[in-house]
Design a protein around this ligand. Structure first.
Ligand code: NAP
Ligand code: GDD
Length: 343
């Protein structure tokens, strides 16, 4: 007899973000029914997932979007009650470190309290699901590298402090209520879908525009910061692996390599044959009141327990992102010619 097993259901908060979009792709490929929470906005905010979306009235639709917000606890309860997911991925956050100094209270509310609202909603509904918390290497802050799961936390921003709160409540719900709740402590990961104000994407967009003659200066902050930049599609795979493991645990996900912001500038400009020093200028507005000098992760636990290994390292990542931004600009140009010039 053929067993008629219904597909696993996943709920993703932050599905419209960089990671949410790659995770939704991965889970759909694996046959999951995917539900995502989106915020109501006066303009469309689903550009990163539009390619995954089909007519909701069609049979066989596997992606469902629901309005909601991590600041709205009762909505989280009703959504969990009606969807009853097997896996919950909590990726939603005010995720920009510099912005968290401008909006510390809001960042605490969404990036910190948002997680406990979701965990508490799961508990109130009595759902037997697995929970992933998007924790961050930013929690290590001032503690020098290499950083692993046993490294002392020392956050240096309202964002880092809010993430640390979420990290601890996730562990508390695991230990206190026996929930399968895990923290993925992810180091910086980037892609062509990275938000335009994070440093890598800011650089690769500028390189494309400078190469096209549309820009001749790039204003930057601290070029000495060291980061461990990996490739986002590989990092969402690690999230999924954590929830498939027999037992819940916390994992660092990183490449173990160290590059400065200056290195990333050089790799990106050199890829199109330009000298970065001719274009980059300093602007103090991009400095932070407290900086995180160096983040370099040791992901041995993820490698040994999950078999997760990073493949794309920073030099290739810079090339992927520059090439993608050049292509996007060319497509924009074609669109402009079609729309305006050929009219
Ligand atoms: P991102 O591109 O900034 O996406 C953030 C997502 O959260 C967006 O979908 C955003 O919705 C949503 N969101 C923000 N506030 C919300 C709220 N109050 N209620 C519901 N949704 C809300 O971030 P990402 O790079 O994909 O990162 C995913 C998660 O991993 C974040 O929690 C981030 O802090 C964490 N993280 C990221 C990295 C990294 O290097 N990328 C490393 C470690 C940890 P809108 O589209 O409507 O704004
Ligand atoms: N954004 C930005 N813009 N950063 C700059 C600039 C600039 O013009 N100039 C220098 N930097 C430096 C920052 O000071 C920081 O040291 C480094 O570049 C990286 O900045 P971001 O790309 O904004 O990332 P982040 O490391 O602060 O935070 C990201 O990684 C965390 C994981 O460690 C975010 O994705 C967080 O959400 C994530 O948790």
């Amino acid at each position: 007899m053929v067993e008629n097993k219904s597909p696993k259901k996943a709920l993703i908060t932050g599905i419209t973000g960089q990671d949410g979009s790659y995770l939704a792709e991965l889970l759909l490929e694996k046959g999951y029914e995917v539900h995502g929470i989106i915020r109501r906005a006066s303009t469309f905010n689903t550009a990163r997932i539009d390619h995954l979306f089909s007519d909701p009235h069609e049979e066989g639709t596997k992606l469902f979007l629901h309005y909601g917000d991590l600041s709205d606890g009762s909505r989280l309860v009703t959504l969990l009650e009606s969807i009853r997911p097997d896996e919950v991925y909590n990726l939603a956050a005010q995720s920009h470190v510099r912005v968290s100094f401008d909006e510390p209270e809001y960042t605490g509310n969404s990036t910190g309290l948002g997680s406990i609202r979701l965990l508490e909603a799961i508990r109130m509904v009595g759902l037997d699901c697995r929970y992933y918390q998007a924790s961050s290497s930013e929690m290590f802050g001032a503690t020098p590298p290499p950083q692993n799961e046993d490294t002392v936390f020392y956050p240096r921003s309202p964002y880092g402090a809010a993430k640390l709160y979420s990290y601890w409540v996730t562990r508390n719900y695991r230990e206190g209520y026996g929930m399968f709740a895990v923290n993925g402590i992810l180091f910086n990961h980037e892609s062509p879908r990275r938000g335009e104000t994070f440093v890598t994407r800011k650089i690769t967009r500028a390189v494309a525009r400078i190469k096209a003659g549309m820009q001749d200066e790039l204003f930057m902050g601290n070029l000495d910061a060291v980061r461990d930049w990996g490739y986002a599609p590989e990092y969402v795979e690690a999230m999924w692996m954590m929830l498939q493991h027999d037992t819940p645990d916390d994992y660092v996900v990183s490449t173990g390599t160290d590059y400065t912001v200056r290195d990333f500038l050089q790799l990106s400009f050199e890829h199109v044959g330009l000298d970065w020093e001719k274009y980059v200028k300093f602007d103090e507005r991009y400095l932070r009141p407290t900086e995180v000098d160096a983040l370099v992760g040791d992901s041995s636990r993820a490698r040994n327990a999950l078999g997760w290994v990073p493949k794309v390292l920073t030099p290739e990542l810079a090339q992927i992102m520059v090439d993608s931004d050049i292509k996007a600009l060319e497509a924009e140009g074609t669109h402009y010619i079609d729309k305006v010039v050929k009219k």
